[in-house]
Design a binder for this molecule. Structure first.
Ligand code: ZN
Length: 612
């Protein structure tokens, strides 16, 4: 079942919820009630009443009564003036405001408009003669539909939460209450979804980040500015190295650029307008120069390209950098590591001739495949192409040529892909990489984005084989996106059980007693592991072995070995392998040197499962 089929059902539930709420609180004023991912909401304002989760049972019961009555949804229309009169009479000031705006804008768009949609209504878009309504028994709402035939056809639902929401998203407007519900075709689907949410809660990266001591925030540093601890830094750096290695293999070379640049650079690139108040401004106290903290590194790399004349022999020219970027996100939208104000992007840039697009993009797709197989995530590819609409920059012929090459490479590489027209950026088509995590959620993780506009804006050129100046195409590619956001996905995907190569602590050595020979043996193994580049921790605390093993389990360490009399006598250890990476039940016995060497090999080769 796809989303479109669920829309009428979910939207009908928004009406049913409004029916129930207005029955329970007849003085309730209604805002808008659109469909959202997995469900629906309605913005409601009840003078003097704050709905809480304690009210959900009561509302759900009332909704169920409406559903059981199979009330038909009947469509009707009114002239705009009659509609305004209706809103007045029913004492629905928010609806009245919407209708007055519709009248002013002169459009026939009369569904449950979201605040964003209202904002996009153009003056005099079309002639307005009537607006649509839907009625189920005693409840009538301004609405364009679509709806199911009657209230009995809405599947399974559950109210989830209530949150404050400003009318039309503007903090100058009154605050309403946004009541959210989820809905699915069957009880089973709803059950599965709720269970997935339970699981997601357990895996919440903010919670695991604390439990596993990976990152912290500080009021003095500022919100949305994560500080990575010793352990979290290992994750960042190992992942950063991985994406560098993969790109280096396809011919990218490292560059380094500063995190600030003059505003002029971003005015020239067009980002000054695009990012607007998301830019952090930096003022020089020495000169009159004004700077921004860079929101992305592309224009910086362009400056390296233009630093000298380029010929076709230099192309494709590929620069990469794991670059710190800064965007002043709204405080209310900050969320753990997934929405931050400082982040590190592995955005890299290839400058290519038109007929090199396919090869370069193909190499990057291959790199992404390798990366996500190591992360144990399935990849799907969305080819985001242009549609017939206006507003795309660059010549049509170039678009056609580029899109043809992208689709060819998708076929040749046998990608699991789909084409989505109208999803391209205005400056070029792209390939979006969607990864599925362990609990079935899909995340957009990486992109290969063609750019016909930056080369134009900065006047990039190279001398082609016929000795003429030609404009290169720029390809932006991020395998991870931002390291922070990727970590938020990946911590939840693994539930904090990191594979051997990434685990902040790879081996824990537990001493059985405090005797000199035991501690010497522990030291010997620890030193050897460190020499092999492994991250190892010796637990010589005066605690019971059982307690120490449990501590290692809580810390989700891949390998634990216990050193006692027997191990001291012959150097043979019996590693305990963390369950999720273990492929056999029995713990093998082997000499500690062999054990350390095996773990070192596994770490270097980034394997997912243990061979022990
Ligand atoms: Zn870029």
């Amino acid at each position: 079942m796809n989303k479109e089929e669920l829309t009428p059902m979910r939207h009908s539930l928004a009406h049913i919820m409004a029916t129930a709420v207005t029955k329970l609180w007849p003085e309730a004023k209604l805002g808008v009630g659109p469909v959202v991912e997995n469900g629906f909401y309605y913005d409601i304002d009840i003078p003097g009443v704050a709905i809480s989760e304690d009210d959900f049972k009561k509302i759900e019961k009332e909704m169920q009564a409406v559903i059981n009555q199979n009330q038909p949804f009947e469509q009707s229309t009114k002239s705009i003036d009659d509609a305004i009169a209706w809103a007045k009479e029913s004492e629905q000031p928010y609806k009245e405001e919407l209708l007055n705006d519709l009248k002013r804008a002169g459009t026939t768009v009369a569904k449950d408009l979201s605040p964003e949609e209202m904002g996009t209504l153009a003056e005099g878009e079309s002639q307005l003669d009537s607006v649509g309504f839907y009625t189920n028994r005693d409840f009538t709402d301004l609405c364009r539909g679509p709806h199911v035939e009657h209230t009995g056809q809405v599947g399974a639902f559950k109210l989830m939460r209530v949150a404050g929401a400003y009318w039309r998203g503007d903090e100058k407007n009154p605050q309403m209450q946004r009541l959210y519900g989820v809905a699915f075709k069957t009880k089973q689907e709803l059950h599965d979804y709720l269970q997935m949410l339970e699981e997601a809660k357990k895996r919440d990266h903010r919670k695991l980040g604390k439990e596993l001591d990976l990152f912290v925030f500080s009021d003095l540093v500022g919100s949305g500015l994560p500080l990575f601890t010793e352990k979290g830094t290992i994750l960042r750096e190992e992942i950063g190295k991985f994406t560098q290695e993969l790109r280096e293999r396809t011919g990218f070379t490292r560059v380094w650029t500063p995190v600030i640049a003059k505003t002029d650079l971003y005015k020239a690139s067009g980002h000054w307008d695009k990012f607007g108040d998301e830019l952090f401004l930096v003022k020089s106290q020495e000169t009159s120069d004004e700077f921004v903290l860079r929101p992305m590194n592309c224009p910086h790399h362009v400056q390296i390209y233009t630093s000298k004349p380029r010929s076709y022999r230099d192309l494709p020219l590929k620069f990469m950098e794991n670059a710190g970027d800064y965007r002043d996100e709204k405080t209310g939208e900050l969320h753990g590591l997934s929405r931050v104000r400082s982040f590190t992007q592995d955005d890299s840039h290839a400058f290519v001739a038109q007929d090199q697009i396919k090869q370069v993009a193909s190499d990057l797709v291959e790199a992404a495949h390798e990366m996500y197989s190591v992360f144990d995530m399935e990849l799907k590819f969305r080819l985001s192409f242009r549609d017939d609409g206006e507003g795309y920059l660059g010549e049509q012929a170039l678009w056609d040529k580029a899109q043809a090459q992208i689709e060819e490479l998708a076929k040749e590489n046998e990608l699991d892909y789909y084409v989505e027209e109208g999803e391209a950026a205005f400056y070029g088509p792209k390939i979006d990489f969607m990864a599925t995590d362990a609990i079935g959620r899909q995340w957009q993780v990486a992109t290969v984005q063609l750019d016909f506009v930056q080369p134009e804006r900065f006047g990039l050129e190279f001398i082609n084989e016929s000795g003429e100046a030609e404009q290169p195409v720029m390809i932006h590619c991020a395998l991870l996106g931002s390291i922070e956001r990727f970590l938020s996905v990946y911590i939840e995907h693994t539930a904090g059980k990191f594979p051997i190569w990434l685990a902040p602590e790879q081996i824990r050595i537990i001493s059985v007693n405090q005797e000199a020979e035991t501690l010497q043996m522990v030291d010997r193994i620890e030193a050897l592991a460190r020499n092999k580049g492994l991250r190892v921790y010796a637990d010589n605390d005066n605690e019971s072995v059982g307690k120490k093993i449990r501590n290692a389990e809580v810390a989700k360490v891949p390998y634990t070995i216990v050193v006692g009399e027997k191990e001291v006598a012959n150097g043979i250890v019996t590693p305990r392998v963390r369950r999720d990476i273990s492929v056999i039940d029995a713990h093998p016995e082997l000499h500690y040197e062999q054990f350390v060497q095996t773990v070192a090999n596994e770490s270097i080769s980034r394997i997912i499962k243990s061979s022990l």
